[in-house]
Design a protein around this ligand. Structure first.
Ligand code: GA4
Length: 325
């Protein structure tokens, strides 16, 4: 009887059969931001994986744990309380449904704009505390994002150090913040299958900075299409190259395909800062990186790319549409 109920609860999600337990990869690049070789390692990691882990990131553990505890409090409220935050169209609380085109996952989440005041009065029991924790965390993570983007510019030998970072610093920067909660799903262990928490995709923005608790689940796809599990590390940040950065580097950096599998034993909580350009910004290869070569991409603004993104399915190859043949 119990199994039947549980099956009902998860049948609408896509199961994928992979080997359990997943093997953790030891090949994920680690960049120590306090070391002089950081810029070289970042460029190498962005070319090979579009993904790396950052230590000595400068975000105070205090800011991280404060936001984490506010998020845990929020997600532990009854559904009707959480729904008071409003539906995620595009900013608010969402459960199971991702985007507007039929994607679902074993996840609930909060989506927010980073440079716009939200009506926080509906966020949990102490909205002011939540708002402070969020603002504090976001400004610290944006600072790290800019440091990393400046190291990238240096590593790519671009004269203008702030070519990328200025887009995140712009007051019209279209950056997003997301908190994902993947509840533990105990029947998975019984069935010996995996359940998709967040389906495979690439991030459309420039750069994404992810921090999670110590629960596994994140996987990245390698160039050969194989998936590797990222060992969780609650003290570090994981950085993704987004589609826009792939375009700005004319394909030299790769936006990484990634996904999250639900965990049978522990809940996973992740918070991600998606650094995006202003809507009116042209997303195009930097002239100094073309070296006489043609752009691999058609011209588009972030507004145009974002529009096409929101009309797509999670797993779609969104850049394909903008490639020059
Ligand atoms: C993936 C990256 C970010 O989480 C996000 C996601 C967005 C959403 O959840 O609303 C999208 C997804 C993301 C790409 C394709 C579309 C839009 C869900 C979806 C099916 C906030 C973003 O910017 O793009």
């Amino acid at each position: 009887r119990r199994m039947v109920l549980l099956n009902k609860a998860t049948e609408q999600y896509s199961y994928i059969k992979t080997c359990i337990p997943t093997t953790f990869s030891l090949m994920i690049p680690v960049v120590d931001l306090s070391k002089p070789d950081a810029k070289t390692l970042i460029v190498k990691a962005c070319e090979e994986f579009g993904f790396f882990k950052v230590i000595n990131h400068g975000v105070p553990m205090e800011a991280i744990s404060q936001l984490e505890s506010e998020a845990i409090k929020f997600f532990s409220m009854p559904l009707n309380e959480k729904e008071k935050a409003g539906a995620p169209n595009p900013f608010g609380y969402g459960s199971k449904i991702i985007g507007h085109n039929g994607d679902v996952g074993w996840v609930e989440y909060l989506l927010l704009k980073t440079n716009q005041e939200h009506n926080f009065s509906t966020y949990g029991n102490n909205p002011e505390k939540f708002r402070c924790a969020l603002n504090n965390y976001m400004s610290s993570v944006r600072k790290m994002a800019c440091e990393i983007l400046e190291l990238m510019a240096e590593g790519l030998k671009i004269q203008q150090k702030d070519v990328f970072s200025k887009l995140l610093m712009d007051k019209h920067s279209d950056s997003i913040f997301r908190v994902n909660h993947y509840p533990a799903c105990p029947e998975l262990a019984v069935k010996g299958e995996n359940l998709i928490g967040f389906g495979e995709h690439t991030d459309p923005q420039i750069i994404s900075l992810l921090r999670s608790n110590n629960t596994s689940g994140l996987q990245i796809s390698l160039r050969d299409g194989s998936w590797i599990s990222v060992p969780p590390d609650h003290k570090s940040f994981f950085i993704n190259v987004g589609d826009s950065l792939q375009v700005m580097t004319n394909g030299r950096f790769r936006s990484v395909r990634h996904r999250v599998l639900a965990n049978g034993i522990k809940a996973r909580l992740s918070m991600i800062y998606f650094g995006g350009p202003p809507l009116s910004e042209k997303v195009a290869p930097l002239p100094s990186l073309m070296k006489g070569k043609e752009s691999l991409y058609k011209e588009f603004t972030w507004f145009e790319y974002k529009n096409s993104t929101y009309g797509s399915r999670l797993a779609d190859n969104r850049l394909g549409h903008f490639e020059r043949i």
